[in-house]
Design a binder for this molecule. Structure first.
Ligand code: SAM
Length: 304
């Protein structure tokens, strides 16, 4: 039994990169009027309190999203910040304000703090964007029982109407295949395993191969850790060999630390053409602002 709980890592530098990319991609796909299916194969708990014991214990949001938002609040950094970062920050602030508003309906004495308190995970981010349109749908998978219970609870607060959103407490690799090809003929898939189970490296490749066979034009956003282990290092090359156009962004925010990852990547299959220029602008800023010990760095490649 694996013990991964995303609450420890919510708002980390890795989350910032992954979620900023995800928002950009989802937003781009919504420029076309036709309905969209979004699938989150490893959904986690939906949304997180950065004041929870777990989040404080992990402490990764202090270097990640909280640090980024503080930086944006200084001088005219917000005005000068790349659009990808500004758009991400706007969504976070709106989400936080809405959760506070809901809580204050029960207890008007509650007051939001100066810092962001509620952080949207990938389901909350996707639901927020999909809810802007009448026919987009969201499918969520979460395998582990406690996280699935938390996710089910989150779905009751989701802005999407119930008939456009479904979650399954089950395996997301298999669940994805059962949804493809989607009736909409347009899909955005987020694949975000924890890789705590080392079989995930192979399962990512196998399920994507299968998914692309059924639906080659889907847009797939795959998160991965940057680690010394061979299977982690080989993953990007194996993803490139799937034979579709791709974009690969990596960001490192330090050399090493006792807890948490210092480097991670996002690999996008069939990326929108707007993503590369947006990241060329945003990655230097993100890696510089969130770096510790002057070791921020980034890389961006495209191919296929
Ligand atoms: N995508 C979430 C976000 O960005 O907010 C975070 C997800 S977290 C990194 C990975 C999640 O996948 C964990 O909650 C874990 O319990 C779940 N998980 C692990 N193996 C899974 C599988 N085969 N299918 C579905 N969920 C799985």
């Amino acid at each position: 039994m694996f013990s991964y709980r995303h609450a420890f890592h919510a708002g980390s530098p890795a989350d910032v990169l992954k979620h900023a990319v995800l928002l950009h991609v989802a937003d781009y796909l919504q420029r076309k009027e036709a309905p969209l299916l979004a699938v989150d194969t490893h959904a986690g708990a939906g949304a997180y309190s950065l004041r929870s014991d777990w989040a404080r214990q992990g402490g990764e949001s202090r270097q990640g999203v909280l640090h980024l938002l503080h930086w944006l609040g200084q001088g005219d950094n917000t005005r000068k910040a790349p659009a990808l970062i500004r758009d991400y920050a706007d969504v976070l602030k709106a989400f936080d304000a809405e959760v506070w508003e809901r809580l204050r309906q029960d207890d008007p004495s509650l007051k939001p703090g100066a810092d962001l308190t509620f952080y949207p995970g990938s389901p909350a981010l996707l639901a927020r964007l999909l809810a802007r349109r009448p026919a987009d749908r969201l499918r969520l998978f979460e395998l582990h029982r406690n996280e699935a219970v938390a996710l089910a609870e989150w779905t009751t607060t989701s802005p999407l109407p119930v008939h456009r959103q479904a979650m399954q407490a089950g395996d997301g690799f298999e669940g994805l295949i059962s949804l493809l090809p989607p009736p909409e003929r347009r899909a955005l898939v987020v694949m975000d395993p924890s890789y705590e189970d080392k079989a995930d490296y192979d399962r990512v490749i196998r399920s994507l191969r299968d998914a692309l066979r059924r639906f080659a034009t889907g847009v797939f956003v795959i998160w991965h850790p940057v680690l010394q282990r061979l299977d982690a290092q080989q993953l990007p090359e194996r993803l490139q060999r799937l034979g579709r156009p791709w974009l690969h962004a990596r960001m490192a925010v330090g050399q090493r630390r006792e807890r948490g990852l210092v480097a991670s990547g996002v690999f996008v299959i069939n990326p929108p053409y707007t993503l590369e220029p947006a990241l060329r602008e945003a990655l230097p800023v993100l890696s510089q602002v969130m770096q510790q010990d002057s070791q921020g760095s980034w890389e961006l490649d495209v191919g296929g």
